[in-house]
Design a binder for this molecule. Structure first.
Ligand code: SME
Length: 146
């Protein structure tokens, strides 16, 4: 199980990486890999807001859907509501977009800058209920560094 001190270490490394680079895509690439190294999951990555769509960004894991509409699926819902979506069973989430049949739970954290969502961080697990309030708290802090 993940604990607070593991997350603190991850956050410290993320901050050091992100502080030395201003480019969003480079930072998303390293952050998705960094999370994978600390907490291996089926899929970890970003979708960026491009116009009125979320477009696949840097990720670690299997090939994924490339575009997601506003309010669609878990990612589009995180964008629309500007709230982290903690989904214990994706099969129960109305409109869930199954990029991979192996995903059973997921967390999607909106990345907000100047009051607007510019990307979302999506982590998918093959386990049910893999994510908790602990993940929400620290992943929200992590994306605030971007
Ligand atoms: N399941 C997500 C789509 C993205 S992938 O899982 C990588 C959703 O419903 O928004």
């Amino acid at each position: 199980m993940k604990n607070q001190s593991q997350y603190k270490e991850l956050l410290q490394q993320a901050k050091a990486l992100v502080d030395s680079e201003v480019d969003d895509i480079a930072n998303m690439a390293n952050v998705s890999r960094l999370i994978m190294e600390h907490f291996p999951n089926h899929w970890i990555g970003f979708y960026r807001v491009v116009g009125n769509t979320l477009i696949l960004g840097p990720f670690q894991g299997p090939i994924a859907c490339t575009s997601i509409g506003y309010g669609k699926g878990v990612c589009g819902t995180a964008w629309q509501t500007m709230q982290t979506q903690l989904v214990n069973d994706v099969h129960q989430f109305p409109g869930h977009i199954a990029c991979s049949a192996l995903s059973n739970s997921e967390i999607v954290v909106p990345c907000i800058r100047d009051g607007e969502v510019y990307a979302v961080l999506d982590i998918d697990s093959t386990e049910y209920a893999a994510f908790t309030e602990l993940d929400k708290k620290y992943l929200e802090e992590l994306v605030s560094y971007l």
